[in-house]
Design a protein around this ligand. Structure first.
Ligand code: ZN
Length: 134
């Protein structure tokens, strides 16, 4: 089951500049900055009520974030949904015909298991499923 929007991911060129801007926007600091090797990104998180905003900067030119910015510029990159059982949800979505980018959930930012649904199968929106690692 999908519970709620966990976070919205925003691709940025310069993380420290973006963190400064969003700290002013939200009137609070980022609570966490973390390098995610598997995705070649550095991320910073803000908690807004029960949802979060994730800013993502590429650490390598081959990072999906670098490619995204090259093609589309900075902006909303993905929407992440909190799920109770990521494996079950993956199976369900596969059966429904969605294209899954990683068949095995992997360790993502902010202590989560994550997987992604290809934007091609969701009207141009990259969907992330995430399950908290307990
Ligand atoms: Zn994310």
């Amino acid at each position: 089951m999908m519970n709620k929007i966990e976070h919205i991911g925003i691709a940025v060129k310069n993380l420290s500049e973006a963190v400064e801007i969003y700290s002013k926007l939200f009137n609070q600091p980022s609570y966490k900055t973390e390098v995610v090797e598997s995705e070649s990104v550095t991320t910073s998180f803000f908690q807004i009520g029960e949802n979060k905003i994730e800013l993502l900067e590429a650490t390598k030119p081959t990072s999906a974030i670098a490619k995204f910015i090259e093609n589309k510029g900075e902006g909303i990159h993905h929407i992440a949904f909190d799920v109770d059982d990521i494996v079950k949800e993956l199976e369900r979505l596969k059966k429904e015909g969605f294209i899954i980018l990683n068949e095995q959930p992997k360790k993502g930012a902010d202590n989560k298991l994550v997987c992604f649904v290809h934007p091609k199968s969701a009207n141009g929106v990259l969907i992330e499923l995430c399950q908290e690692i307990k």
